[in-house]
Write a protein that binds this ligand. Structure first.
Ligand code: ZN
Length: 125
């Protein structure tokens, strides 16, 4: 078993805070020392959907180890997946439901492409 990876982060209310980083955490290179301890967050690598140069979707595992309030869909001490632009943090079942919705949406886009192709085929008649 490997030792937990420790990191020390400056906070505006508790000074330097040393805490273990989970294996999935991508690091804290963009840490702001004015962060409150309660707002410290571990974040994994982002899974992005970019199309034609536009960011459509981004998702990443997050955890706020010092979160105090537990607000459903807004993250906390339990890891979840933060989804943008949804602005919510989801559990595994909610992520599967999102993926299913995206599958259905992709099917609708394919039907729309088929419809457009048909429209364009008949455009000269
Ligand atoms: Zn971390």
């Amino acid at each position: 078993m490997t030792e937990p990876r420790l990191i020390t982060l400056a906070t505006s209310d508790h000074g330097d805070v040393t805490l273990p980083c989970p294996a999935w955490c991508a690091g804290h290179t963009h840490h702001d020392p004015e962060t409150l301890r309660v707002d410290l967050v571990h974040a994994g690598p982002a899974v992005d959907l970019v199309h034609l140069g536009t960011d459509l979707f981004s998702a990443e595992i997050v955890q706020s180890p010092y979160a105090e309030a537990v607000t459903p869909l807004l993250g906390g001490r339990t890891p979840g997946v933060s989804v943008h632009p949804l602005g919510k943090t989801l559990d595994p079942a909610q992520m599967y439901a999102l993926a299913a919705d995206l599958d259905r949406y992709a099917d609708r886009l394919r039907r729309l492409a088929d419809q457009l192709a048909t429209v364009l085929d008949g455009a000269g008649q």
